[in-house]
Design a protein around this ligand. Structure first.
Ligand SMILES: Cc1ncc(C[n+]2csc(CCOP(=O)(O)OP(=O)(O)O)c2C)c(N)n1
Length: 348
């Protein structure tokens, strides 16, 4: 069903998820300015239609691979705001138990692959997860999020190439927000659109208005249906804009003010509110009720994170290596390797 024809509760839910993402990140920004967060925070203000429109199609058994600007995807895929907030504040109650703040947290249970710091390195990982779904005969889908900047790295090519050859159930979501840190998109690549590249890997690229949640939802529907039916990957390029700096310490003076103002007018939340008001009887009281609900959730999350302890120093060396289950060592010991079969005299 096209997004515009969805029942009221589903439309309201899309709006709620966009609002939750915006409010969660605004709260983080405040905590950052109060000195409660060590390290950077990378916010997605103006890009909220992308996680809301894409995650709306996902089931519990699907897996996402978010990157640094995808807190919305973490939340919508089901991560408890309390736990996510604790992670970002570097507390022992976060998924990485205070080993770092922000980036490297995921959840096996929720199907969230932890991001890495190396841009695009998670694309081949997500392609591998999708390959596993295919090998196991499951109709689950893997979704890989990345920026247009990341798409210029070799890992993007390797992941797409593998996904195209093996027709794996992977949806690639490129969030083209026009800047990779301070580099504008025209200095990142010689073509206009990342989605054009999909054809060279043997699958379809879709180009959508990433600030229109209805368009994002419709594109994701095509991609997810294709993936579940065994039709292989799709790349969806969501055209959007990074309204704030790369991270909260970055004033982004390199972004022209007029450009920023122009994109502020295309705010996905305001735009969708206009649609809902006209088509679904959404009014101020509905929005107020949502904001109240979100505010209570965020108050609780912030309190939980602030009250949580930092990990004790003595625990720094815990969880550094995966437990040795005896599998790797049998592969690695020289004694257990078969000597290669060779003919003639060799030094082997
Ligand atoms: C391989 C690699 N190069 C450089 C960086 C530093 N870096 C972190 S985020 C970023 C910009 C990423 O831009 P993009 O992929 O478009 O995503 P966006 O931040 O715009 O959402 C850069 C250059 C990195 N993390 N990894």
């Amino acid at each position: 069903m096209a997004a515009k024809d969805l029942p009221k509760d589903k439309l309201f839910n899309l709006y709620y998820n966009m609002l939750l993402t915006r409010q969660f990140e605004d709260r983080l920004s405040k905590l950052y300015r109060q000195g409660k967060i060590f390290g950077g925070i990378f916010l997605s203000t103006g890009q909220e239609a992308i996680p809301a429109g894409t995650c709306a199609h996902l089931r519990d058994d699907d897996v996402i691979s978010p990157i640094h600007r995808d807190l919305g995807a973490f939340l919508i895929k089901g991560m408890d705001p309390k736990i996510l907030m604790a992670q970002i504040l570097g507390k022992a109650t976060g998924p990485s138990k205070g080993r770092d703040s922000f980036l490297h947290a995921g959840s096996k249970k929720l199907g969230i692959i932890p991001p890495t710091s190396i841009l695009a390195s998670t694309i081949p990982i997500a392609a591998g997860v999708a390959f596993t779904f295919k090998l196991r005969g499951k109709d689950s889908v893997a979704v890989s999020y990345f920026g247009e900047g990341g798409s210029n790295r070799g890992d993007f090519h390797e992941g797409c190439n593998f996904a195209g050859i093996h027709k794996v159930p992977l949806v690639l979501i490129c969030e083209n927000n026009k800047y990779a840190y301070s580099t504008p998109v025209e200095k990142e690549m010689a073509i206009c659109c990342v989605s054009y590249r999909a054809e060279s890997y043997g699958f379809q690229g879709l180009l959508v208005d990433g600030n229109d949640v209805l368009a994002v939802y419709d594109a994701m529907q095509i991609a997810v249906e294709r993936a579940r039916a065994g039709g292989g990957p799709t790349l969806i390029e969501c055209m959007t804009y990074r309204i704030r700096g790369h991270s909260e310490h970055d004033e982004a003076k390199y972004q022209p003010e007029a450009e920023k103002q122009e994109w502020k007018k295309k705010d996905p939340i305001t735009r969708f509110k206009g649609f809902l008001t006209e088509k679904a009887g959404f009014g101020e009281s509905e929005e107020e009720e949502m904001l109240k609900r979100i505010s209570a959730i965020l108050d609780e999350a912030a309190q939980f994170a602030l009250d949580s302890p930092f990990p004790p120093g003595e625990s720094a060396l815990e969880d550094v290596f995966a437990p040795d289950e005896g599998v790797r060592s049998t592969h690695l010991t020289i004694e257990s390797r078969q000597k290669p079969v060779v003919s003639g005299e060799t030094n082997l």
